[in-house]
Design a protein around this ligand. Structure first.
Ligand code: G3P
Ligand code: CA
Length: 305
């Protein structure tokens, strides 16, 4: 009876049938989307759990694209990395840029110190052709002339669609780096409480830099990087000192055996290891309880997630 509705010789039943089918289809799609989003959020909220294991794209997907470019970050996101790692330097005119080395010589066609260059000069440099020259099997025309990105350009490009693992480089030589960083994070809404835990992690070899950030915002997760040189397992007291401001440590993987990882985790610290590009190595570290690895090659170790 329901579908034999006639009026002015028009059979409205068919319209209702079509409307009903469309309604059911929309409800199914909405349900799938909500379930998927809930799952993703669930994974994102576990990024910093003690049993988490994350893949941190070291300088972006830097095995397959020029490091610290929008291309390497986009590639890392396309490969479902949990974080993009950004090394932060400051130009002479105080602009935060993504750059690893103190000088531009290795990864651009220029020469000189980042800290002694104005942004305008840095922006003239080609930060991609070197990669094509050094990686004939990974050559892409789009890398030719690619520029050094500012942190603001990265946030503009990717917003909260990725997670950021940001290292303050030489903070003692870059006055105001921490304040500038926190201001930019706030300006781009990346400190919002509503965002999943682990949207932004800040790391540094400098405890002072991390403590300065902790003073500005004691909620943002911090990672104390330790130099490769440390052979011994830090004492419980040392771990305790880290734990006063940091949620974890970043360690050169050759340094961190099973006992080292266990001791750090016993102290309530996450352990992220750098830089691991071999799957077998990653599997071993994960079996030892590591909470994640920095990797240049997301493709090679992607199955660890
Ligand atoms: O930030 C973790 C790791 O990247 C530290 O070493 O020299 O690659 O910045 P580096
Ligand atoms: Ca780094």
């Amino acid at each position: 009876m329901l579908f034999n509705l006639h009026f002015n010789n028009i059979n409205y039943g068919d319209h209702m049938k079509k409307m009903l089918i469309i309604l059911v289809a929309v409800m199914i799609l909405a349900g799938v989307y909500i379930f998927k989003d809930a799952n993703q959020n669930d994974r994102h909220s576990s990024l910093l759990d003690e049993d988490s294991f994350v893949l941190i794209a070291h300088r972006g997907a830097s095995a397959i694209a020029p490091e610290h470019t929008l291309a390497s970050y986009q590639m890392a996101m396309d490969m479902d990395a949990d974080f993009i790692e950004i090394d932060l330097q400051m130009t002479k005119d105080g602009v935060l840029v993504a750059f690893h080395d103190d000088t531009v010589d290795r990864t651009t066609d220029g020469s000189g110190k980042v800290a002694e260059m104005a942004l305008a000069d840095l922006k003239k440099l080609d930060a991609g052709s070197w990669f094509n020259a050094e990686n004939p099997d990974r050559v892409k025309d789009e890398y030719i002339g690619i520029g050094v990105p500012t942190l603001e350009e990265i946030f503009t490009a990717f917003g909260d669609r990725t997670n950021y693992y940001i290292e303050t480089k030489q903070p003692d030589k870059n006055d105001g780096m921490e304040e500038n960083l926190m201001e930019l994070l706030d300006q781009y809404g990346l400190l919002e409480e509503s965002l999943p835990e682990g949207k932004v992690i800040i790391q540094s070899f400098s405890a002072d830099s991390l403590k300065a950030i902790h003073k500005l915002d004691d909620e943002i997760p911090l990672i104390q990087l330790t130099d490769d040189l440390e052979q011994e397992i830090p004492s419980p007291e040392t771990f305790e000192l880290y734990r006063e401001y940091a949620v974890g440590i970043g360690v050169g993987y050759r340094n961190a055996d099973e006992a080292y990882i266990a001791a750090a985790k016993e102290a309530g610290l996450l352990v992220h290891l750098f830089v691991v590009d071999e799957l077998a190595e990653g599997e071993k570290l994960k079996s030892w309880g590591a909470n994640g690895i920095f990797t240049n090659d997301i493709e090679a170790v992607g199955s660890l997630k």
